[in-house]
Design a protein around this ligand. Structure first.
Ligand SMILES: C[S@@+](CC[C@H](N)C(=O)[O-])C[C@H]1O[C@@H](n2cnc3c(N)ncnc32)[C@H](O)[C@@H]1O
Length: 436
């Protein structure tokens, strides 16, 4: 069992976990965490920000009592660390304890370890939970790190230890360093692109020998190895042995699967898919975007040694005949013009009509070319008004007529699949589709 700590839009993150590991693997969903019985590979997830191994379950929901328990048990746990300075952090999820009190408790844990002759540095909290940046930059998942997590699950507390953290530096580095970007076409965050690939439901196959290859492509900051992490499990651990980071590779039956992005723009989806080992195929109406995606993929190959098949060419999504195979289509489609404030009703109706027409025609076109059951994850526009209500594309209600159905999720609702920041008018509605 793993404790997955979820990012900014937790319901989307749960949906990603469900599509990736199956609904049965998800045992409990809290406000910002999920308990997942699978080999969770944080390097290939967009929405999960940390993964922790459960150490024990306590019959209390009083965080002070959990700290008291840790004060008794932690020195033994710390004694098993190699020589050197231990770095200690604590993250609370679902508890209401003032930050000052958390910090006082963390200091008392530090003192308890110090009494045993070990030197310790505590990472101060500025919120109930440490940020991914704090976990990553203090290397709390490394040999000398211990980040405890308290998770409020029903009438118990699950005590865990963080074993993996999302490499936000690597995401930011490839977002900012790629040679071609275009603010007008849009800025699909790489994390969201990765979530969309997982949300499509395209299946991953695993091969242990290829793990280090994948991980080294994805990480720019040193991490502890999976075996180092396994050694962190204390004797009183509840960990089942199924928690080591999963090796990931996207081969199936010996063949790599290929993801199409028919609105590829600058190629963020292509980049993220290639990094986790998919062959990629991108098309776009704009020659400039074809050049941009091509340049960005070349940069990716040079920088990260990615050696997947890449095919990028010009194409209007409403009439292109794509080369097969297409194992999944993942795309941020045409979102219409950007708005910094909600548009007037007639303007909104006009943009909505244009987007609806392009995306409907694209679905009709590709529907004649791909096999029944082909997975899709498409980001389509939905516009937020000042009261937070959304105007959706009419096609969302007529997918059956277009020859598709939406995948129903057990742990999230279809309406939860909206990605936006509070200041954004144009939200991305994520449609998880199957060709009928
Ligand atoms: C929101 S952007 C996608 C940005 C992309 N996710 C990226 O990583 O840069 C939509 C893209 O769709 C393209 N587009 C618009 N209409 C199209 C059509 N009919 N066929 C193919 N591409 C189209 C635009 O040129 C633009 O690059």
């Amino acid at each position: 069992m793993n404790i997955c700590l979820l990012g900014r839009q937790p319901k989307l993150c749960v949906a990603e976990l469900e599509m990736r590991y199956g609904a049965d693997a998800i045992h409990h969903v809290g406000d910002d965490f999920a308990l997942v019985d699978a080999n969770v590979d944080i390097d290939t997830l967009g929405g999960t920000v940390k993964v922790a191994r459960p150490l024990t379950e306590l019959d209390t929901t009083n965080p002070q009592k959990v700290f008291d328990y840790c004060r008794r048990e932690l020195p033994n746990h710390a004694a098993k660390r190699p020589e050197g300075k231990i770095k200690l952090g604590v993250s609370l999820h679902g508890f209401d304890m003032p930050v000052a009190k958390i910090n006082a408790n963390v200091l008392s844990l530090k003192k308890a370890i110090k009494k045993t002759g070990r030197s310790v540095r505590a990472v101060p909290n500025t919120a109930a939970a440490l940020s991914s940046a704090q976990t990553l930059h203090n290397n709390l998942t490394g040999d000398m790190g211990i980040e405890l997590v308290f998770v409020h699950a029903g009438n118990k507390t699950l005590l865990g230890q963080v074993s993996g953290v999302q490499n936000i530096d690597a995401f930011a580095a490839r977002d900012q360093a790629r040679p071609k970007t275009d603010a007008f076409v849009g800025m699909l965050p790489p994390k969201l692109a990765l979530m969309m690939i997982n949300l499509s439901g395209i299946t991953f196959a695993f091969s242990p020998t290829e793990f280090s290859e994948t991980a080294s492509r994805l990480t720019s900051v040193e991490r502890s190895s999976a075996s180092d992490r396994a050694a962190d499990v204390p004797e009183n651990s509840l960990a089942s042995g199924s928690t080591a980071t999963t090796p990931a590779r996207v081969t199936s039956g010996g063949e790599r699967k290929r993801i199409l992005d028919p609105f590829c723009g600058t190629g963020v989806v292509l980049q993220e898919a290639a990094l986790i080992g998919f062959d990629v195929y991108g098309t776009d109406l704009s020659e400039k975007m074809v050049d941009y995606s091509t340049a960005n993929m070349k940069w990716l190959a040079d920088k990260f040694g990615v050696d997947v098949d890449v095919n990028i060419h010009h194409g209007d999504a409403i009439e292109t005949k794509w080369q097969l195979p297409i194992d999944a289509a993942v795309a941020e489609t045409y979102l219409g013009q950007p708005f910094s404030a909600p548009p007037a009703p007639d303007k909104l109706a006009q943009v909505q009509r244009i987007c609806n027409e392009i995306i409907s025609k694209f679905l009709e076109n590709i529907g004649t070319q791909v096999e029944k059951g082909t997975p899709f994850c498409l980001a389509v526009p939905a516009w937020r008004d000042k009261s937070g209500r959304f105007t959706h594309l009419p096609l969302v209600e007529t997918l059956g007529k277009l020859g598709y159905h939406q995948v129903q999720l057990r742990h999230a609702k279809i309406d939860d699949l909206l990605y936006y920041r509070e200041d954004q008018v144009v939200a991305r509605q994520l449609l998880i589709l199957r060709k009928d």
